[in-house]
Design a protein around this ligand. Structure first.
Ligand SMILES: *Cc1c(COP(=O)(O)O)cnc(C)c1O
Length: 406
């Protein structure tokens, strides 16, 4: 029986050597490697500045708090995403306003328009599975005078921006391209996740890409956020190492979100080979799945490349046409019995008990519901061999045909 896991990390000698180098250096928490990783990420994304943090969720919440989000505010979030995107809004005490997604799994512009009120402060689009949202349309919408007139700023930072903030959740889409630019530089703020199952991993970790328009100074903001992400302490442990530099002050009750140099060591190795090696292999796997399944009428295949957009090939979302949720569950059951791991990304948030109990109703998000009912995520990762891809394909075809025949 094959044993094909869903998404193991790529841990090779290069990663091990760089991590061991950090362990032996005498400096394991935030230090020179985090600094270098931030610089490399800024260059890669093409945005203005990068703050590394200890998770994508932490990065999202930090930026909501920086923008002054709290009670009485509304934040627009797609109904179809991982729960982190909405949980951080709840942590801040604000109201999550879910909107439905499209057939491509990404937030719908017409639904965003309908959801905006004078309480809307932030929109968090998610590049689901790695496919970028329509950022030009979203950016133009919040900059339009028709929408700007509703904006009611209640903090200095909100006044300075003068419109709804776009905080993009790019947990899946490091390296995805929209109109020639990488995620990170496509909107005001972008958050990456480097969690173990993500394309580029540091075990746990994340980064905030700063790309705010004038009069914001993104380098100054980086310095402010660095302090906000470490207890509001004016000097980090590394700077305090220098002779005589022991004195520090605390200017605000900040958070504890800093990334370690051990994590950054992994990230540096991963980023250096990301485009030419990691993404190339992921794209090849997407191509193999696409060419195999396109022969079957029941297969609805994900879009991963258009004239304007290129995915980061994070997860392959195969949908089966005209099946029920129960049939999808049966198909997954048959696949799993063979030793092949598949998954579902994601259960729409309004279906999860916490949110259901708050009164959210999945029936208001029919496309999210339909996508969820029929979707199966297939394994995609660097070490997945062509032979294993063939096994996954054969297993999926057999399981689908078995369920469709009954
Ligand atoms: C993984 C993920 C996050 C959170 O990232 P962490 O680094 O695990 O906190 C946020 N949004 C989406 C869509 C994700 O898949």
């Amino acid at each position: 029986m094959p044993n094909i896991p869903f998404s193991p990390p790529r841990i090779d000698q290069k990663i091990i050597d760089e991590v061991v180098d950090t362990l032996k250096s005498g400096w394991i928490t935030t230090g020179p490697k985090v600094k270098r990783f931030e610089e490399e990420l800024t260059r890669y994304g093409g945005h203005k500045s990068t703050l590394c943090v200890n998770s994508g969720s932490g990065g999202l919440e930090l930026m909501l708090r920086w923008f002054g989000i709290g009670k009485g505010d509304e934040v627009i979030v797609p109904a179809y995403t991982y729960t982190a995107t909405a949980n951080v809004v709840v942590h801040c005490g604000a109201k999550v306003v879910f909107v439905d997604v499209d057939a491509d799994f990404n937030i719908r512009l017409d639904e965003i328009k309908k959801a905006i009120t004078d309480k809307t402060k932030v929109i968090i689009p998610v590049d689901l599975a790695g496919f970028p949202c329509d950022y030009e349309a979203i950016n133009n919408l919040v900059a339009s005078s028709a929408i700007k007139q509703y904006f009611t700023p209640t903090t200095e930072v909100q006044k300075k921006l003068g419109r709804i903030l776009i905080l993009s959740d790019a947990a899946h889409s490091v390296g995805a391209v929209y109109k020639g630019h990488h995620t990170g530089s496509l909107t005001d703020l972008t958050v990456y996740s480097f969690h173990a199952v993500k394309n580029l991993t540091t075990a746990e970790g994340g980064a905030v890409c700063l790309n705010l328009p004038a009069p914001f100074n993104n380098s100054v903001l980086y310095q402010e956020l660095k302090i906000k992400a470490l207890h509001g302490q004016s000097k980090d442990a590394f700077s305090k190492l220098k002779p005589g530099a022991w004195k520090y002050d605390v200017t605000e009750p900040g958070y504890k979100l800093n990334m370690t140099d051990i994590a950054a060591a992994m990230g540096l190795v991963e980023l250096a080979r990301y485009d030419d090696d990691m993404l190339k292999r992921r794209k090849e796997i997407f191509r193999l799945y696409t060419s195999a399944f396109s022969k079957y009428e029941w297969a609805q295949l994900p879009t991963f490349e258009t004239k304007e957009k290129r995915s980061s090939f994070h997860v392959f979302l195969l949908r089966i046409r005209d099946i029920s949720e129960e049939q999808r569950d049966q198909i997954i059951h048959h696949i799993s019995e063979t030793g092949v791991s598949v998954n579902v990304h994601f259960i729409p948030i309004p279906m999860l008990s916490f949110y259901r109990n708050l009164g959210y109703d999945i029936d208001k998000y029919p496309v999210s519901r339909d996508n969820f009912n029929r979707v199966i995520s297939l394994p995609v990762y660097y070490d997945l061999t062509d032979n294993q891809v063939s096994i996954v394909i054969d297993t999926v075809i057999a399981a689908v045909e078995r369920v469709l025949e009954t």
